[in-house]
Design a binder for this molecule. Structure first.
Ligand code: NAD
Length: 290
C-alpha cells in the first residue's frame, strides 16, 4: 500500500480529500498507538528502547519475571514501576485525544439528516493510559487492556484506580525505594493495583509480552475494523502483533485508510506530523465551525 503524502502545510488538496473522506464515512475507526499519547508526555515504545535496556523485557515484561524481581530486588521493582507508572499517572489528554473526541460529536452533523443516526466513531487503542476516555470519547476498545482496570489473575475485573490514586501510589513507591523493609513498603504502596484477596493476586488488565489479547476487546476491535468504511491510524509503528494487522483487516474489507504519524506509514493517505497538530487540522477541515 504505497502512501500518498498529505502534509497540511504542503498539500492542502490532499488535506481536503482526507476531510471529504471523513464527511462521507459512515463508520469510522480511529486506531491509536503510543504516538497518540507522546504529546501527553508518555514515551512511545520506540522511545522506551532505553527502558528495555535498563529493565530487560524477559525479567520485566511478564508477570512471572516481575514476581521474581519483587522477591529478589524490591528496590529495582520500585524503580521500574516508577518509570512506567509516573508518566501515565501524570498525563492529561493532548489536542489529538481531544480532536478524536470532538470527531465523535461532529460526525453525525456532517452527513445528511438521514445518515446522522448511522454515523459512528469507534476508538480502538493499543494504549493503556485512559486518555481517550478522559478526553470524552465514549466508544473506546482497549486491545492491550488498561493500567487503571484491576483484574484477578483469571482476568475477572475487580475494580478501577483513579489517576489521582495512581499519582499518590507513584509517590509512595518512590519513597519505598529507600530505607528498610522495602518489599513490604513497595507492596503496601502498590496495594490498590497489586493486591490480594481470597481469589488470589490482582493486577492491572494490561497485555504483556506473550499474553493473549484482551477479550472481548480484541474480537470487538476486529469486528469494528472489518465493518468500518474509514480507518484513521494514529501514532503506531505497526511493530506489535497482532494489533498491527487491524488496518489491514479494515483495508481488505474495503475501508479507506488514513495514517497520521511523523514517520511514513502504509496507507491510502499519509499525513506526516505530530498527531496533536495534524488531527485538529483534519477535523477542522472536515467540519468547519464557521
Ligand atoms: P511504537 O512506539 O512502536 O510507535 C510509535 C509511533 O508513534 C511511531 O510510528 C512514531 O513515529 C509515532 N509518533 C511519535 N510521536 C508522535 C506524535 N507526536 N504524533 C503521532 N505519531 C507519533 O507504538 P505502538 O505501535 O503503539 O506500539 C507500542 C506498544 O506499547 C503498544 O502496543 C502499546 O500497548 C504500548 N505502549 C503504550 C503506551 C501508552 O499507553 N501511552 C505508551 C508506550 C507503549
Amino acid at each position: 500500500m504505497p502512501p500518498r503524502t498529505l502534509s497540511p502545510m504542503h498539500n492542502p488538496d490532499l488535506l481536503e480529500e482526507a476531510a471529504e473522506w471523513l464527511r462521507e464515512a459512515t463508520r469510522i475507526v480511529v486506531f491509536t498507538g503510543a504516538g497518540a499519547s507522546a504529546e501527553s508526555g508518555i514515551p512511545t515504545f520506540r522511545d522506551a528502547v532505553g527502558l528495555w535496556t535498563r529493565f530487560p523485557p524477559e525479567q520485566f515484561a511478564n508477570w512471572k519475571g516481575l514476581t521474581r524481581v519483587a522477591v529478589s530486588d524490591p528496590a529495582r521493582l520500585a524503580e521500574f514501576l516508577y518509570v512506567v507508572f509516573q508518566p501515565i499517572a501524570a498525563a492529561e489528554p493532548n489536542p489529538a485525544h481531544r480532536a478524536i473526541a470532538r470527531l465523535e460529536t461532529l460526525v453525525g452533523q456532517g452527513g445528511s439528516a438521514g445518515r446522522q443516526a448511522e454515523q459512528a466513531v469507534t476508538v480502538v487503542t493499543q494504549n493503556i493510559d485512559n486518555l481517550h476516555q478522559d478526553a470524552g470519547s465514549s466508544r473506546v476498545i482497549e486491545v492491550h487492556g488498561s493500567l487503571f482496570e484491576i483484574v484477578t489473575h483469571h482476568g475477572r475485573p475487580v475494580g478501577r484506580v483513579s489517576r489521582e490514586q495512581m499519582l499518590a501510589m507513584v509517590a509512595a513507591v518512590e519513597r519505598a525505594k529507600r530505607g528498610a523493609f522495602r518489599l513490604p513498603r513497595v507492596l503496601w504502596a502498590m496495594r490498590r493495583i497489586f493486591g490480594f484477596d481470597l481469589g488470589g493476586i490482582h493486577r492491572p488488565s494490561v497485555v504483556l509480552f506473550g499474553d493473549a489479547m484482551a477479550e472481548p476487546a480484541w474480537t470487538n476491535a476486529v469486528e469494528a475494523c472489518r465493518t468500518c468504511d474509514l480507518l484513521i491510524e494514529v501514532g503506531t509503528s505497526g511493530a506489535v502483533m497482532p494489533a498491527a494487522l487491524l488496518p489491514y483487516e479494515a483495508r481488505s474489507a474495503g475501508a479507506r485508510v488514513i495514517a497520521v504519524d511523523p514517520q511514513e506509514c502504509p496507507a491510502d493517505i499519509w499525513l506526516p506530523g505530530p498527531a496533536g497538530r495534524v488531527l485538529p487540522a483534519l477535523v477542522d477541515a472536515a467540519f468547519p465551525t464557521g
